[in-house]
Write a protein that binds this ligand. Structure first.
Ligand code: NAD
Ligand code: GLY
Length: 358
């Protein structure tokens, strides 16, 4: 068992990383919740896979609990779904001492956190992430949100969980496409922070892709350490935390330009990282070989690395709506050297068009 302490100003908490064992959850819960009343939120795919075990465990330890199951997919991150969850929370008589458990991927984590942050102005919140993306990124750091029909993640808050409990063996049932989507975010940590970690991922890529438990635990632990370290220093994205957005300016624009239908999040981020690395190369910030290295690793994961059929003007239009923008300027997080990135703005439009068309 691995344990990482996340010391955020608003609320410190532990991330547990466990291999196929649910029992330690009870000890972990008992030290961070206010009462034995829980409200589990999961989606229709995760419910039959992992809720029965959680149900049995909570029952065995006499924890009162209800479960609400929502449809899988991004469309559940809506105010309509939130309203349904508030109603179910009221029906279950949740009070200020109660705790919401998010059992699932980033969609369930984000909307559950939003409910936990707003129901009665904030109740307990536990993350049990079951996708690679959720285990290394979305469950840590307290970004909780639902979407507006016109913009993703636009209604939300920063609300740190009381506990993140990662059972790496839940990844065994994750569809391959979802797993490799998470790989894009794993590789991102190497590029933004830790070149040694990037070297390690390259060396161990076959073992990671074959879901070797020990390799996965190492990978997830290092990613969680890096994200925690960044979030501890800048909880509300007022400075350093923005570096987590490498690949996201172009990646989010790709998702929006394709109506969130062609690519899953990690695939769009893979493309975004490639084109932001190409942009960095054109600005002489990094060598061409460093761009190839990224492309090779992403291709090894069967992630897309070449844009096709999306007009560069449409992408630039979408980028102009990015939440990170400042004073009307598009913000880019670009690689500047081995395991390092920096924030850039005022990128020449002609250059951007050229890079997006390569
Ligand atoms: P997801 O939650 O939609 O899960 C992907 C699919 O896998 C779903 O169909 C789900 O039912 C299924 N699934 C989940 N766990 C499974 C398992 N163990 N076995 C079998 N199937 C399983 O997608 P995601 O990639 O986890 O999350 C994407 C969301 O995360 C997006 O809404 C994105 O905006 C958000 N996000 C948030 C943050 C943050 O900091 N809060 C960071 C990155 C992404
Ligand atoms: N996923 C980006 C962040 O948490 O800031």
């Amino acid at each position: 068992m691995e344990k990482i302490y996340v010391n955020t100003g608003s609320r410190p908490y532990y991330i547990y990383i466990i291999e196929n064992n649910w029992e330690p959850l009870i000890t972990a819960l008992s030290s961070c919740v206010k009462s034995k009343k829980f409200f589990v939120i999961c989606d229709e795919n995760v419910y039959p896979l992992y809720y029965p075990t959680l149900d049995k465990l909570l029952t065995k330890h006499e924890y009162e609990h209800n479960v609400v199951v929502i449809p899988p997919g991004e469309s559940s991150k809506s105010l309509e779904c939130a309203n349904y969850l508030y109603t179910e929370a009221l029906n279950a008589h949740l009070d200020r001492q109660s705790t919401i458990i998010a059992l699932g991927g980033g969609v369930v984590g984000d909307i559950s956190g939003f409910i936990a942050a707003t129901y009665m102005r904030g109740i307990g919140f536990i993350q049990i992430p079951t996708t690679l993306l959720a285990q290394i990124d979305s469950s840590i750091g307290g970004k909780v949100a639902v979407n507006h029909p016109a913009a993703k993640n636009i209604i939300g808050s920063f609300y740190q969980p009381n506990l993140v409990y990662i059972n790496v063996n839940t990844l065994n049932t994750l569809p391959k496409r979802e797993f490799v989507g998470g790989m894009a975010e794993l590789i991102k940590y190497g590029y933004i922070w830790d070149i040694e970690f990037l070297n390690w991922i390259e060396k161990n890529i076959d073992s990671i892709l074959s879901l070797n438990t020990n390799t996965l635990i190492h990978a997830i632990r290092r990613a969680c350490e890096i994200k925690s370290h960044i979030v501890e220093r800048d909880e509300k994205e007022e400075g350093l935390r923005v570096i987590l957005n490498f690949g996201h300016t172009i990646g989010h624009a790709i998702e929006a330009a394709t109506n969130y239908k062609t690519y899953i999040h990690g695939e769009a981020i893979a493309l975004g990282m490639v084109y932001e690395a190409k942009l960095a190369n054109r600005l002489s910030l990094i060598e061409q070989t460093y761009v190839y290295r990224l492309i090779q690793l992403l291709e090894k994961c069967s992630l897309p690395t070449k844009l096709s059929g999306i007009d560069s003007s449409l992408l630039i239009d979408k980028m102009s709506l990015d939440k990170k923008n400042r004073g009307g300027n598009i913000i880019f997080i670009l690689p500047t050297g081995a395991g390092a990135v920096d924030l850039y703005t005022d990128i020449d439009n002609t250059l951007l068009h050229e890079v997006l068309s390569t």
